[in-house]
Design a protein around this ligand. Structure first.
Ligand code: NAI
Length: 793
């Protein structure tokens, strides 16, 4: 090709090579003599154990530099530096912190070309992408977050920073993921220890230098390089207050388990298998262009890649043809060439993973097609690949490949499209193509994913939260939701711990006295039902008098309750007004039965508390009836021709272990925010007075609460919690109890990565509206879905 003349190129209209000059980036590497230490306390620090590993250019296989392998003691030094820097960082005015973030944004822009080249050399992504997508988004992220410090007091009153934050990032968007992590953390006044991925540490180290250039106080940002073991040391370090992770679902699960026994806050942005849904009325050429972006951006090594093409049957043939023609025109080659579409795969192990999964797809019976495009003989390259005739259960339809591989399937109706789209354990993103606004929006609303792009794909902006449903993780990055991840209510951090073993239920050996006067049942699907076990447990007064019996619920009862909750799912689409009406009606009926309920409850909590619980419960019902149509989403205006509608969506089916100490008020304080947000609940009532279930279901039955929306299973909370944690159809678990119970809830929920929210073993004063109700609860009862809709000139 090199000897082709300009005249010949003009005739064929072929691209010529347009290589980017890496001289500046290489000169920068030269300053470090090809060897990098950690960045700790504002200084370059040699690794304690003296070990280094190589980072290589995947397009040539050549070594770029030696990188410090972080050990436990390096991580410890970095965490100490971050802890030491915290008071000084937090003592700055919000404006001063804002200026640092602003300065970082400016500095990124100033060095954008060098950073783009470094990113491309280290990762293998085309320079066109690092230059036009990654680095501009990095700058935008710091600009956006420079705006937050001065708004925090008004927008998050009563909240404070988590403290020292440990952040672990992957190799696919190295500097962008760093920005997504560091910008909000600093904006919320935390200090940071960040571990970049072992394949791509260079831009994080370049960023460390920028921190010094803008005069960021030493220790506010620390970068420790290394492999998974370095990450692990950061995760388990006892003086880290929060972990933010982006990477594979498998490691996310391990981190969920490893942090369960601590009070570390956790956010996980994990894998995906995102559907790209094309309806027959879509603009097919645009959809094909969208696909190029959706699956071949960054060689398909994108967590939200549109890796499953779902095509309406009637257009399967034309779209496949157009797609194949387009794939044949993709240029695979040197990442530093500005005309390259598909660069190199990050590492040999990743290339081998892709090859193995493709081979498995072929073995599963799918048809594999690759265009006959030239690929360089040296370096780690993989041709764009299309699978057709894919069975929905095939490995290429289910597993994240993280490579330039698209799996195509067909559907007939919108309902079938939604079913196929949701036929995955993940829920990160989706792309929906149709010229019919009704179809596009209806399908977008029904797909379970954190972000949906209508007639577009891979749009990102710092103002719009990004993150997943289900096994794609929890927590959001960007926007207001992203800030929430780095803040906590001050009062909560100060709340005293509950006594250990507080939630064991009553001592069954206590002397029984008069005859039983009450037996309640389980409440499942709107019906009073007997327990599967056929056993009951006693409920006694403070003085040991037998007050009645409640069923001993077991695994089977929970399973039935989960099924009932699933069947009641349409509650989430009942209008906010209707949900408010149900709550007002509940308040009315609870008031009416108040006297008898108080009289019974008093035997366990005393007369004064019982009356107070009733009074505040009625109030709380009003509070949440009020919130029902006021806890709303927002419309973002990202800097493109789009709006992004951020909707608060219900999580689905929620398990709730209720507080022991306030049997009525505690129950309602936990259950109401979930219900008002559209979730269906399986609640395990207070172990101190589970008989409250009987009072409550009578009120529910007379208040138009649809069957299955609130289910109650009495029994031993610790045992029932395990069943709820383990159940794949329970989407979230709210667990109130001592530290041990809370830790177990987090640990046992790692299986399907359900969102777990606990009191961290702390006592919550439900008698005080400020602590017992409000936005903090609602924020945990929903997940934000951003639907991007083309709009404007
Ligand atoms: P990974 O999840 O192992 O690595 C991500 C980061 O976590 C890296 O910084 C790594 O050093 C660190 N890490 C690894 N083990 C750890 C542990 N036990 N504790 C703490 N940190 C740990 O991902 P990997 O092996 O690089 O890629 C494997 C697969 O994961 C890919 O094929 C892809 O399917 C998926 N992946 C998904 C990403 C996403 O953005 N969702 C990003 C990277 C990978």
């Amino acid at each position: 090709m090199a000897h082709t003349t300009l005249a010949e190129r003009f005739r064929t209209m072929d691209y010529g090579a347009a290589p980017e000059d890496p001289a500046q980036a290489l000169a920068w590497l030269g300053q470090f003599k090809g060897r990098f230490g950690h960045f700790i306390g504002g200084a370059w620090t040699a690794p304690a154990e003296g070990r280094y590993f190589e980072t290589c250019d995947p397009s040539t296989g050549e070594k770029i530099a030696d990188i410090a392998q972080g050990s436990g003691s390096d991580v410890d030094a970095a965490v100490r530096a971050a802890r030491a820097a915290l008071p000084r960082w937090q003592a700055l005015t919000p404006h001063a912190r804002a200026r640092f973030l602003y300065a970082l944004a400016r500095q990124v822009q100033k060095h954008s070309r060098r950073l783009s080249v470094l990113e491309t050399i280290d990762n293998g992504k085309p320079i066109r992408e690092s230059r036009d997508i990654d680095i501009p988004l990095v700058a935008r992220h710091f600009y956006y977050h420079a705006g937050w410090p001065q708004l925090l007091e008004q927008e998050f009153p009563g909240y404070q920073a988590c403290g020292v934050v440990g952040q672990i990032i992957p190799w696919n968007f190295p500097l962008l993921m760093l920005a997504w992590k560091i910008a909000p953390a600093l904006a919320a006044a935390n200090t940071v220890v960040l571990k970049p991925a072992e394949f791509t540490p260079l831009t994080a180290l370049a960023f460390a230098e920028l921190c010094n250039e803008v005069g960021l106080p030493p220790g506010v940002v620390n970068i420790v390089t290394g492999d998974g073991s370095t990450g692990e040391a950061l995760v388990v370090h006892p003086d880290v207050d929060k972990i933010a992770f982006t990477g594979s679902t498998e490691v996310g699960r391990a981190i969920r388990r490893a942090t369960a026994d601590s009070h570390k806050k956790l956010s996980l942005e994990l894998g995906g298998k995102s559907p790209f849904v094309v309806f027959e009325d879509a603009d097919l050429d645009s959809a094909v262009e969208g696909l190029v972006d959706g699956i071949w951006l960054n060689q398909g090594q994108v967590c939200c890649a549109g890796s499953r093409l779902l095509m309406q049957e009637s257009i399967a043939v034309p779209i496949t043809k157009k797609l194949q023609a387009r794939m044949a025109a993709l240029r695979v080659g040197s990442p530093l060439d500005k005309t390259t579409d598909i660069g190199a795969i990050v590492a040999r192990v990743q290339l081998e993973r892709i090859e193995a999964l493709v081979a498995q797809g072929v073995a599963d019976g799918a048809s594999c097609w690759q265009p006959d495009v030239p690929i360089p003989s040296r370096g780690l390259y993989y041709r764009p690949t299309l699978f057709t005739n894919v069975h929905p259960t095939s490995v290429v339809a289910q597993q994240e490949i993280f490579g330039p591989v698209l799996a195509a399937m067909t559907f007939r109706t919108p309902a079938e499209a939604v079913e196929l789209a949701n036929n995955t354990a993940y829920g990160l993103a989706a792309s929906v193509w149709s010229e019919s606004l009704n179809v596009a929006l209806q399908v977008s609303a029904r797909i379970k994913a954190g972000v949906v792009w209508v007639n577009s794909t891979n749009m990102f902006d710092a103002s719009c939260g990004f993150g997943g449903y289900r096994e794609s993780g929890f927590g959001r990055e960007g926007g207001r939701e992203g800030m929430r991840e780095y803040l906590q209510p001050t009062w909560f951090r100060k709340a005293p711990l509950l006594r250990r073993g507080a939630v064991q239920g009553q001592d069954p050996t206590r002397v029984s006295a008069p005859a039983i006067d009450r037996t309640v049942k389980l409440y499942i699907g709107g019906k009073q039902v007997r327990p599967d076990s056929g056993y009951s447990i006693e409920c006694r007064s403070r003085k040991g008098v037998l007050l009645g019996e409640v069923p001993l619920g077991n695994r089977k009862d929970i399973r039935n309750a989960v099924e009932a909750a699933r069947r009641a799912e349409q509650w989430s689409s009942a209008g906010a007004h209707s949900r408010a009406q149900v709550l007002y009606y509940l308040a009315e009926n609870l008031s009416q039965r108040g006297k008898e309920i108080v009289a019974r409850l008093a035997a366990v909590v005393g007369k004064r508390q019982a009356s107070e619980e009733l009074r505040l419960s009625v109030e709380r019902l009003f509070t949440y009836a009020g919130w029902a149509d006021k806890y709303e989403g927002v419309v973002h205006s990202p800097p493109f021709r789009n709006i992004a509608v951020a909707m608060n969506e219900a999580l689905g089916t929620a398990g709730v272990i209720c507080p022991e100490e306030a049997p009525l008020l505690g129950f309602l304080s936990m259950v109401l925010p979930l219900v008002v947000a559209g979730n269906c609940v399986i609640a395990v009532p207070s172990a101190a007075y589970p008989l409250i279930a009987g009072d409550l279901y009578q009120v529910f039955e007379t208040s138009d609460v649809p069957g299955g929306v609130i289910n109650m299973v009495t029994g031993r909370p610790a045992e029932l919690m395990k069943v709820l944690a383990d159940h794949d159809d329970v989407d979230t678990l709210w667990c109130y109890g001592d530290e041990e119970l809370c830790a177990a809830a987090k640990r046992l929920s790692a299986g399907n990565l359900k969102q777990v929210w606990t009191n961290e073993g702390r006592r919550i004063d439900f008698f005080h509206e400020r602590y017992g109700a409000g936005r903090w609860y609602l924020d945990h009862a929903c997940q934000v879905k951003n639907i991007w809709v083309p709009y404007g000139e």
